[in-house]
Design a protein around this ligand. Structure first.
Ligand code: ADP
Ligand code: MG
Length: 379
């Protein structure tokens, strides 16, 4: 069930401007003793954009969100909302709403008490608070829940209360720290769509934190992949998946096999055979060919294909099937190359096509445009 569309406001309840401000982070560093929680981070979040910080646990995602919110002062660097430097501005003057990694709701207060808290902090008049709280609760499908206590709510409902509290004064910027990680998978999938709708309706510049790559791909306009306090790559979901800038990003998002390749003239070679490429190789010390399971194809089971460029302009790989798994709509094949590398291949099941048996030689094909080279270092 999507969030209700908020009523169009003829005139706003306050004189606050509701611009979705762009965020400019420049050279922000934060250390805790020897730990570089943030290491010279620079990011531009566009006005109204849904940007996700994606990275493993301990990579610095929460620290960056806390710097944006004003709860953590970085060692150095600059932070602008629109044209205004805010690095010294306290949190409640930053025109942003936030949900925390633990919901951080007040258990002894009612739902309405929790949602209205940021407005009481800002000393808004009672009537305005009541009206805005009701509107925020409607938006998250909790109309009529205002008098409930927090401990009477399910996990999903608590999450909605946290979101309602974050949007109650209609901030220009919304920050969310792993808002769905405590929910079970079904509810999480549903809430992903709802939060996305909410963003489309309210249009706030949104910075969202998750360690779940699929969630990031589902929800984001762009994703910043974070590791060891550094931005490894900032790009659209599609660019991250199809053109990862380095081995860390390629490993973290999706599955892949990596083959070491050597430079040969303007191009590269694998096992002595030149590869056909869709784009020139990147400038890097060491290069690897990234192979996604759904991009490499099974050409035949007879193993007659030679290595190197061949059939239909594809790069061909002679291999031996080691495992073949029928999965109904698709099949999963593991095959061993001559150098012992295991390649995973996923293909659609069609008609009566035979699958190779384990131990059988196979020829695998990879189109030039799917033959993506990445910097083998840079983790
Ligand atoms: P994430 O949210 O990506 O899991 P965090 O931003 O919470 O990562 O933490 C990044 C690094 O900074 C971790 O190594 C963490 O232990 C450290 N860290 C974060 N906050 C503090 C703190 N208040 N004191 C000491 N170390 C901290
Ligand atoms: Mg965190």
């Amino acid at each position: 069930m999507p969030f209700a569309r908020p009523r169009i406001r003829e005139q706003d309840l306050t004189d606050q401007t509701k611009d979705a401000l762009p965020i400019t982070v420049r050279n922000v560093t934060k250390t805790y003793g020897p730990v570089h929680a943030l290491d010279d981070v620079s990011i531009d979040v566009e006005s109204g954009e849904f940007l996700t910080l994606l990275g493993p646990s301990g990579s610095g995602k929460t620290t960056l969100l806390m710097v944006l919110a004003g709860f953590t002062r970085p060692d150095c660097g600059s932070l602008k909302f629109g044209d205004t430097e805010v690095i010294r501005t306290p949190p409640h003057l930053r025109d942003l709403g936030m949900t925390f990694q633990s919901y951080a709701l007040f258990p002894h207060m009612t739902v309405a008490g929790n949602v209205g808290y940021p407005l009481r902090l800002r000393k808004r008049p009672k009537g305005e608070i009541a009206e805005r709280v009701a509107r925020a609760l409607d938006t998250v499908q909790l109309g009529g829940f205002g008098d409930r206590r927090i401990d009477q709510l399910s996990g999903g409902q608590r999450q909605r209360v946290a979101v309602a509290r974050a949007i109650v004064f209609e901030p220009g910027i919304l920050l969310m720290d792993e808002p769905l990680s405590a929910l079970d998978k079904k509810l999480r999938d549903q809430m992903q769509i709802e939060l996305r709708h909410l963003h489309e309706q309210l249009g706030m510049t949104t910075v969202y934190v998750t360690h779940d790559q699929r969630e990031a791909l589902t929800m984001s306009d762009r994703i910043a992949v974070v590791n060891h306090g550094r931005i490894m790559q900032l790009a659209t979901p599609r660019d991250l998946y199809e053109r990862p800038a380095n081995r860390f990003v390629a490993d973290f998002i999706g599955e892949s096999t990596f083959l070491d390749v050597t430079r040969q003239g303007d191009g590269v070679a694998y096992a002595g055979q030149p590869l056909r490429l869709g784009a020139p190789p990147p400038a890097a010390q060491a290069l690897q060919l990234m192979i996604r399971p759904e991009r490499i194809v099974l050409l035949d089971g007879d193993g007659t294909g030679e290595q190197g460029p061949g059939r239909d302009g594809m790069n061909l790989f002679a291999a031996t099937a080691t495992d073949v798994v029928y999965q109904g709509d698709s099949y999963l094949l593991h095959a061993r190359l001559a150098d012992d590398t295991l390649i995973a291949l996923r293909g659609p099941m069609r008609g009566t096509a035979d699958l190779p048996a384990a131990g059988q030689p196979v020829t695998l094909g990879l189109a030039p445009e799917d033959s993506v080279l990445i910097d083998a270092g840079g983790a």
